[in-house]
Structures are given as C-alpha cells and as structure tokens.
Design a protein around this ligand. Structure first.
Ligand SMILES: C[S@@+](CC[C@H](N)C(=O)[O-])C[C@H]1O[C@@H](n2cnc3c(N)ncnc32)[C@H](O)[C@@H]1O
Length: 199
C-alpha cells in the first residue's frame, strides 16, 4: 500500500472552525454525512463536543447546510462541503480528533473498486494519525462483506482495537437517512467501534 504523505501538515492550519470550537470541546469528525441528520442530532445532544461533518455531494450538502441554518442555536457544528480526502489533511492536525464517524460509507462492492473503500485508501493512514490515543472510529454498514472486511482490515492493517461489534436494533430511532431506509427494509445494520490504543 502507498504511504500517504500529507503535503500540508508542516504549514499552520487556520481552518475557520478553530475560531468557533472551544478548547474544552472534544473534536468529532463525520465523513460522508449525507443530508446531515446525524451530525445535527449529535451536536444537539453533545454540547461538550464539536462536530465537523463533511459531505462531498453538492445537493446533499446544500440540504444539510440549509438544515443547520434553521438551527442558529446549534453552535457546535461545522458543515463542510468537500471531499474528506482533501479537506482532512489540509485542516486537521495529527493527534487532535476524539472520534470519527463513518456511517454507511459507499461500500463499492465490485472487486475492481475495492481501492475506493475508505479502509483501503492511503488516506486512512492520515485519519489514524489525526486520532488521539483512545480516540474511536465508529463505522456502520448494511453490507455483510463490508462489515467483515472492516473488522479485519481496521484491526490488522491499521492497528485499531475492536471495542464494540453490534447490530442496530430495528426498534431504535435511526441515526441517519440510510439507516432508516435499511431498517425499514428489514436489513441488518452492523455497527463497529474501533479504538486507537497506545501501541
Ligand atoms: C451511502 S451515503 C450515507 C450518507 C449518510 N451517512 C447516511 O447514512 O444517511 C454515503 C455518503 O458519503 C458521501 N461521501 C463519499 N465519499 C466521500 C468523501 N470522500 N468525502 C465526503 N463525503 C463523501 C457521499 O456523497 C454520500 O452522501
């Protein structure tokens, strides 16, 4: 696998979110948040955290940003319209993220598209670098193959420790639009939480 070289990390990083985020708030980053149901609810329920939610598809991002505008009371959310592979290395420093969410990432089931799955990207090395010790990465998927592969690759290749492996209860309130759709169809939604340990 190619090593991911971050070309920006030696430069000062003045992303505007730093003006808004309080030092005491935990830094949470959600990659591929779609229309933003999860980060908005998360921000409302977690005032001690500051969530950056990144979505690359313009249409979805605009819906998300519109929703955020309707909640001027929420101060701990920072919507980003970008490809996370570019934005994260340009704006996030090593060892500063407390938690990542990847909820229902595109699974790219074809073998020839395997390298498009986040877990196989060189970008993953930088994600791990930005995580503090004990920080977590929460990943949900409705695809069994993706769940099995993530369990293996995130532990064996990227050295994360599996902290929790569960199935989303179909009676619980869905966290995202995709989760809602999958649960309504009666599909199994797998949820994995990994942790970065000191070794
Ligand atoms: C299957 S959807 C899930 C959306 C949302 N998390 C949900 O569960 O409803 C995957 C989303 O990830 C976004 N996405 C894929 N790759 C991305 C990237 N590199 N950076 C930011 N967003 C990305 C897509 O545009 C899409 O909206």
């Amino acid at each position: 696998m190619r090593l991911f070289k971050n070309p920006f990390v030696s430069d000062p990083i003045d992303s505007p979110f730093r003006v808004h985020k309080k030092d005491a708030q935990n830094l949470i980053v959600e990659i591929g948040c779609g229309v933003g149901l999860h980060p908005i609810q998360y921000a409302q329920q977690s005032p001690d955290d500051y969530i950056i939610a990144i979505e690359k598809t313009r249409e979805k991002y605009l819906k998300f940003a519109g929703r955020v505008e309707h909640h001027p009371d929420i101060k701990n959310i920072y919507p980003v319209h970008a490809n996370a592979q570019h934005w994260v290395p340009q704006n996030i420093l090593p060892n500063e993220v407390d938690k990542y969410f990847m909820l229902y990432p595109n699974p790219y089931p074809k073998e020839k598209h395997k390298n498009k799955r986040f877990m196989h990207m060189p970008f993953m090395a930088y994600i791990i670098e930005t995580m503090k010790i004990n920080a977590t990465l929460e990943l949900a998927t409705n695809e069994k193959f993706y769940y099995q592969e993530a369990r293996e690759v995130l532990a064996d290749v990227w050295g994360l420790k599996l902290k929790s492996d569960s199935i989303i209860d179909s009676d619980t309130k869905a966290r995202t639009h995709f989760e809602k759709k999958y649960l309504e169809r009666g599909e199994v939604c797998y949820n994995l939480v990994f942790q970065k340990s000191s070794k």
